[in-house]
Design a protein around this ligand. Structure first.
Ligand code: ATP
Ligand code: MG
Length: 300
């Protein structure tokens, strides 16, 4: 089961294209992939997600068996857009040995003592595995751009140059870093969960009103919400500057979790599908050894 190419094409920010977030829906795609007659869109999306999860399970096995490529999925979003739930649902069928999820929070003093790519590059997936970055080095051109006081005080890139140059240089560095990874066999997909400000408010209120969800709410999230427009502008610039043929951004409507999860599943299946992996062939030179092994086992 594959997501229709026209849907994927609509989600991707093409290289050189302005991401124009205001013109991108937070609710649905314009391509009606959920319009199966007689079924509710939610039902169709949930069925599709199950199919994508099955597909991911087998394609991850193939990824592991071939051992030539890694898949890196970068997830970025405003708070409460659904990163955690998406990871949980989309990765539910994947063998835990074949994948790793890393969440990046405020950097430690040691991490701030290094260049901004350092902490992430240590945690990249090895060939054969899927790595999910829940937040990433993109925070260094997002939250740090909205709050420039977070720039490490010892960072040579701050202070000496106008701040505008810091961001454009970081975009260049990110593009070069990702190009290097691509050439070394890491396929990269970057997904921005595009949630509306109204939907975020609704989800914050749900968290506040439900004792079981209260732990998910942090007062700091509300403080960041006050910078909503600055974040949207920072995202828009980052997505426009770093969507490349080797590491494209996908803008996924996130106001309906069932739409979001199915689309993310479909994007990941597509990314592995494009590797055109075939199961490894048994070595013909070892066929005699294999038949001896069979004889020995049967004789036990
Ligand atoms: P959730 O709230 O769903 O548990 P989260 O990803 O928001 O998940 P938090 O621990 O709430 O996790 O927040 C992590 C915080 O760390 C975010 O506010 C993020 O902007 C911040 N952060 C991540 N990377 C950096 C960075 N390089 N510099 C400064 N802040 C960062
Ligand atoms: Mg948070």
């Amino acid at each position: 089961m594959k997501l229709d190419r026209t849907v994927i094409d609509e989600l991707v920010v093409h290289s050189g294209e302005h991401a124009a977030l205001n013109g991108r829906s937070t609710v649905a795609t314009t391509v009606d992939w959920l319009g199966t007659a007689g079924k509710k869109p939610k039902e169709v999306a949930e069925e599709d997600l199950r199919a994508f999860v099955d597909e991911l399970t087998s394609s991850q096995e193939l990824l592991w068996a071939r051992g030539t490529y890694a898949l890196l999925v970068v997830l970025q979003a405003m708070d409460a857009a659904g990163k955690d739930g998406t990871i949980k649902h989309v990765m539910s069928g994947v063998n835990p040995q074949g994948c790793q999820v890393v969440a990046f929070r405020q950097p430690s003093a040691e991490e701030l003592g290094h260049d901004f790519l350092w902490r992430c590059s240590k945690l990249l997936p090895e060939r054969g595995r899927i790595g999910i970055f829940n937040r990433s080095y993109y925070e260094d051109v997002l939250v740090v751009r909205v709050h420039p006081e977070l720039l490490a005080s010892g960072d040579a890139s701050s202070g000496k140059r106008p701040l505008e140059h810091v961001w454009s240089h970081r975009f260049e560095d990110i593009n070069a870093f990702e190009h290097h990874l691509h050439r070394s066999g890491t396929r990269i997909v970057k997904i921005f969960l595009h949630v509306s400000k109204d939907e975020q408010k609704k989800r914050f209120l749900q968290r506040l009103d439900d004792p079981k969800k209260l732990w998910k709410f942090s007062v700091a999230d509300l403080a960041e919400r006050r910078h909503w427009d600055e974040y949207q502008a920072a995202y828009e610039e980052a997505l426009s500057a770093t969507s490349t043929s080797w590491a494209p951004w996908y803008v996924v409507p996130a106001d309906h979790k069932y739409v979001l999860r199915a689309l993310v599943g479909g994007i990941m299946v597509d990314a592995i599908d494009r590797m055109q992996l075939r199961p490894p062939k048994a070595d013909p030179d070892e066929s005699q050894a294999r038949s001896r092994a069979r004889t020995e086992l049967l004789a036990e």
